[in-house]
Design a protein. Structure first.
Length: 262
């Protein structure tokens, strides 16, 4: 599997020195992802990280003021990576339905390692985003942090998703709410399937990501496209093969998606 050497634009107020630009900085990112996943944010600290990478606490503090800003940095990195993948995947897609399908695919698919970035394991980072990510913005300092642009990556990603929603239905009244719901629901139902199964129909003993993608497509289809649009012949022809995973088939008579075993 090929390694990518990329540099994503992250808010400069989150770090003292850009960790993407030095060997030590990239090592800090690499092993902080691994250790937060292993220990959880509460038990993780810079002393343990320094011991793991064979460095000093002082050297880590030259990059990050504290572990909470490091967490916000990592979550921002994840959202920027997702936005990068959406841009890449939709670059040459003009049809709005296909663009929407590609966006949903990227949102779910970013959770697994398709192309390995040299210093970040996206698969592990996704687990952190699911388990710890809400701590990045569910805190008492959120308003001040928002003023400093700490969540700009998430907001820009949500804005991009909302714009694709409006491409498909310019009259849809809640594109921003829908976009943020899609992003949050995707991670929530992965987490529920693994830890709180009574809160979702997604089964942990199956392909979780495929099931979540099916759930999201059904949810989006029902809300974005009204019955009058769904029953339009041109729309049916355009959407039949692109707005569902391979295991779904369009059933316009029931105004939605119908599961079919293959």
């Amino acid at each position: 599997m090929a390694l990518l050497s990329i540099e994503l634009k992250i808010n400069e107020k989150l770090y003292k020195n850009d960790p993407q630009r030095t060997d030590l900085g990239r090592k800090i990112l690499q092993y902080s992802v691994i250790m937060i996943d292993e220990l959880g944010l509460e038990r993780f600290n810079f002393k343990k990280l320094a011991q793991r990478i064979g460095s000093t606490e002082a050297s880590i503090y030259r990059y990050f003021e504290n572990k909470y800003l490091l967490l916000i940095y990592l979550v921002n990195w994840y959202w920027e990576w997702m936005r990068f993948r959406i841009d890449l995947k939709t670059m040459e897609i003009d049809d709005p339905i296909r663009r929407l399908r590609a966006v949903v695919s990227c949102i779910v698919d970013t959770a697994k390692r398709n192309t390995t970035v040299a210093f970040i394991d996206e698969d592990i980072l996704h687990r952190i985003v699911v388990a710890e990510g809400t701590k990045a913005y569910h805190n008492k300092a959120v308003d001040a942090q928002n003023q400093d642009g700490f969540f700009s990556s998430y907001k820009e990603l949500s804005k991009k998703v909302a714009s694709v929603i409006l491409e498909n239905n310019p009259d849809f009244p809640y594109p921003r709410a829908m976009a943020s719901n899609i992003l949050e629901m995707t991670n929530n139902h992965i987490y529920f399937a693994e830890h709180l199964p009574s809160l979702t129909e997604v089964k942990a003993n199956g392909d979780i990501l495929a099931q979540v993608e099916e759930l999201m497509l059904y949810y989006i289809w029902k809300l974005i496209f009204p019955p009058t649009v769904q029953h339009n012949k041109a729309y049916q022809q355009a959407s039949h093969k692109v707005l569902q995973p391979e295991r779904w088939s369009m059933d316009v008579t029931t105004n939605g998606l119908q599961y079919s075993e293959k």
